[in-house]
Design a protein around this ligand. Sequence first.
Ligand code: DHB
Ligand code: FE
Length: 281
Amino acid sequence: MAQLIGGLGTSHVPTIGVALDRGLADTPEWKPLFDGYIPAKKWMADHKPDIAVVIFNDHGNAFFLDQVPTLALGVSDTYKPIDEGWGPRDIPDFRGADDFAWHFADKLVENHFDPLICREIDVDHGLQVPMELFFGRPDVWPVKIVPVFINTIQYPIPTPQRMWDLGRVLRQTIESWDTDEKVVVMGTGGLSHQLQGSRAGFINKEADQAWIAEIGDNPEKYRNMTREDYVETFGSEGAELIMWLVMRGCMDAAVNTVHTHYFSPASMTGTGMIILENKGS
Ligand code: DHB
Ligand code: FE
């Protein structure tokens, strides 16, 4: 049986990738953000996962508003990073865990989730940036990925409870995967931000810090919130945080919060990170 070795949460702000591309990571503006990820990179280097299941949203790059799947799953053995307008990125293609991904597809349908199955799809900053934050800039990514695309772009977005349930199916998938591979699950997006409308620029530091402090030990609070509560508390794009609930739902009820980081603002976004381990592990 494969082993779930950790649940990670992180923001996925696109300018983080641009800062890395332009060699700005050690500048006074960016260093505090990147320094917070040093323990996370060490955790990854120490734990050496084989597979990273990355829960994220596409931002109009692989899908556009003409076709928005609520849930899509990559089953490819390779994924290309999308150029979002700052120029082609000098990062390697991502290797896909296609065998595990097909097993996940099967478990999803068995449990009444019906994903769009993507044999070929490119990935935007929602996946690229978390990989860079946790693994740096390697010549070859040290893990295979399974991209899970959630619609947080166009209403109606899925409910927090649905994200939790998806996490439970992912857990079942890992536990019925007959290899000794080590799996991490990454929930990405957030923290508070709003990129549009009359509240553009909205950040809620208090709510962000509470999220980081509580998501390990008190996830029920966040699972019981409505989608509207997310938009009100974290901003229209801060509602991306629902994707961390897939990761949290995948973990045990009792977890240890082993690393956290919060920095604000980066771009117009509260930026945070968490690493959880199951208490029994
Ligand atoms: C921005 C975009 C994102 O997708 C996100 O999650 C946070 C910030 C941005 O464009 O600033
Ligand atoms: Fe985003």
